[in-house]
Ligand binder design. Sequence first.
Ligand code: W6P
Length: 378
Amino acid sequence: QTLMKTGRGEFLHKTYDDHTHDDNSKLATDKILMQVASFLRHELPIRLAHRILDLDRVPHMKEMNSVKQVRDLYVTSFLELLSVEKQIQNMKEEEAFAAILESIYERHASVLVQMARGAFELRAAIRNGSISHDSRLGSSSGRNSVKFDAMEDTHAFLDRFYISRIGIRVLIGQYLSLRQPPVENYIGLICLKTSPYEIVKRAIDDAAFMCTRKYGDSPEVIVTGKLDLTFPYVPTHLHYIMLELLKNSMRATVDWHGIDADYPPIKVVIADGKENEDVVIKVSDEGGGIPRSNMKRIWSYLFTTADPAIQEGMVAFNENVDHSIDSPLAGLGYGLPISRSYARYFGGDLSLMSMEGHGTDAFVYLTRLGNTREPLPI
Ligand code: W6P
């Protein structure tokens, strides 16, 4: 998004247009790629440095091996970026830089799972009392003592960490896909004509496949609203969010009504506001709802019932944007908070309204890309 908002957006558009038939297109594209590479050479070390400092400071988790390993990855990538000249001047340098970014992208693929392991260890430590829920950090009674709520502060840390990771991966992904041959209607990762209906249909198929694999059957899904709507978005992000919601709704419906029951259909509505306003997708189920006292747990990285060592049956075959098969993230209970971070990253949101004893409505708010600034953790 930074690439689109800093004036570089202009260049990115030209990459696609000029590519097509212009004789000068190769030169023009090369120049743009060198500019984008130089921008990333500047921007990425800053972002990595902020995460390294945050990792250094987070109480308890900073001592865990899984978290230390993640820190080491960040340091390695930071140093790799610093080893490159600040200005990328020719295409040989640009290619070398792209190769570095590819290896960084790969190196960080497992970070979410590693951090989840750390969070799980922390939760276990809080449960067995070796870490107290509230503790004082710094001098025990002096002015510098800071109250630390293990649950809330760790959650906030992980939220910052994951949203920052989304941003870093969007920037790298955007640059690397710009280096590929142009695809119609795409600028890098962004599809200018993302169709919520098409994505919802695919997510329904995927969720139904997983639900059937686990329960032997799956509820019907009815989609209504603006089926012909298209808007600029990153399709992989939207697919991730919709798949997560539909899996949850299907599971709740089957659990609530029992295997072999007649299931009330899940209903999806696609709507859009006035020009340049939000696109909203609602997913409604009659799966019995969530007790209000459980709503906080739904969004928590720490309060999840899942154990990283246990894989659930409803495993996604393309659950995350890393396109991994049978994602190791499945069953961690991270799907909803990560989905919300995806929505928030581009200025949208995800919220759940529940009627205990009846069902749940999930609302996905999406912004047309280009209308918002990138939210960065402080
Ligand atoms: C439920 C629990 C849930 C979470 C997310 C989306 C939908 C639903 N339905 O019962």
